[in-house]
Design a protein around this ligand. Structure first.
Ligand SMILES: [Zn+2]
Length: 367
């Protein structure tokens, strides 16, 4: 048997470690119709950490059914507004220049916020070089050839131009145990040290970086062909992220323990509730709920429905399971004792919008 060779999708190195393995997973963005009996196509999801450049990446680049650009959460626009305000600070970005933005499958654009901050003179034509090149909303993480993607962006820079990239840092994923941020379609998971290394290899240097609170740690980083680290902000963030363990395969591998313990704990909760004759239902047909339900092997016997307010998801089922997605009205009609909340950020809002859950004696349980 020959050992599997994995090659870094940025630097081509073959030295690295599989740090997280989520097994076979269905697309977490494509919700099948309830009438579609499945089985849904599945793809391997393994995270590999390159020893050479430090980029964490999926090992397989299958053509996964594409996600539809949905409604963008307000939190993303807020973060871009904060970022644009920071970018408009002294000496970071040439003001009023030519701006080029790379599209993202997530939809969303920096241009409104950059305009508000006075950073847009005009939009670059197709292929035209620009003073400010912005990677659209988490766009580059979808590229199968990371080196080509970064080189293309760097090549668009006019003399003195700046490249701005934004990423949900691997440091936040580690610190907050966000293993289900690892998912099909998202091929690259950057840390600040890895991004600095990658930029250096395409002839750019990072000149400023700042960590924002979105997703527990979203970094906006500015790079240019020549320039020094403003106030040591890049170096400081790199030092912090290295302490968290972003370049250490053993530290990243610790996420794997959370994968199994999370799935087992969920199954235990559901079995115990069923033994007590309680009704447990779910809320939030979110992509992050998919790997958890699939890994735990939970079906409609244990979790009869998951409610979601999005009309596009109703009459669908959760990918990889037979659990139907229903309306919030249907959820309250069933008088659940417990509602597993797959999107904990929604807790306050849901307590307000669906007071019937608690007034009928039920409880919300963030998972
Ligand atoms: Zn590499």
């Amino acid at each position: 048997m020959t050992a599997e060779v994995i090659r870094c999708c940025f630097c081509g190195a073959e030295q690295g470690d599989v740090v997280v393995d989520l097994g076979q997973q269905p697309s977490c963005e494509l919700f099948p119709a309830r009438t579609d009996p499945g089985p849904d196509p599945t793809f391997p999801v393994r995270l590999w950490l390159c020893q050479a450049c430090g980029l964490a990446q999926l090992t397989d680049h299958d053509d996964v059914p594409e996600e539809v650009a949905g409604l963008e959460p307000e939190a993303l626009r807020t973060q871009r507004r904060e970022s644009a305000g920071w970018l408009a600070g002294p000496n970071l970005i040439p003001t009023g220049g030519i701006v080029a933005e790379y599209d993202s499958p997530h939809g969303g654009s920096w241009l409104p916020q950059l305009r508000e901050a006075g950073l847009v003179g005009r939009i670059a034509g197709t292929g035209e070089a620009a003073d400010l090149v912005v990677d659209g909303c988490f766009g580059m993480m979808h590229a199968a050839d990371q080196q080509a993607a970064l080189r293309a962006r760097a090549a668009r820079l006019r003399p003195g131009g700046r490249l701005v990239v934004q990423f949900h840092s691997l440091a936040a994923i580690l610190r907050l145990r966000q293993w289900n941020a690892v998912r099909l379609g998202h091929l690259a998971y950057y840390s600040t040290p890895a991004m600095v290394e990658m930029l250096a290899r395409v002839g750019l240097s990072a000149v400023a970086a700042r960590d924002f609170s979105l997703y527990g740690g979203t970094v906006t980083l500015v790079a240019s062909r020549a320039g020094a680290d403003h106030h040591g902000s890049v170096e400081k963030l790199c030092r912090y992220e290295r302490l968290i363990g972003v370049r250490d395969p053993a530290r990243v591998h610790a996420l794997q323990e959370d994968v199994h313990s999370g799935a087992e704990a969920l199954v235990d909760t559901l079995r115990q509730a069923r033994a007590r004759g309680e009704i447990v239902l779910g809320y939030g047909a979110a992509s992050r709920a998919v790997p958890l339900l699939v890994l735990a092997g939970i079906d409609a016997d244990l979790l009869p429905v998951v409610a979601d307010a999005s009309p596009a998801k109703q009459n669908c089922r959760m990918p990889g399971t037979d659990i139907p997605v229903v309306t919030p009205e249907e959820l309250t009609r069933r008088r659940p004792d417990t509602v597993l909340l797959f999107v904990p950020d929604l807790l306050d809002e849901l307590r307000r919008v669906l007071p019937e859950i608690e007034s009928c004696g039920g409880q919300w349980l963030p998972v």
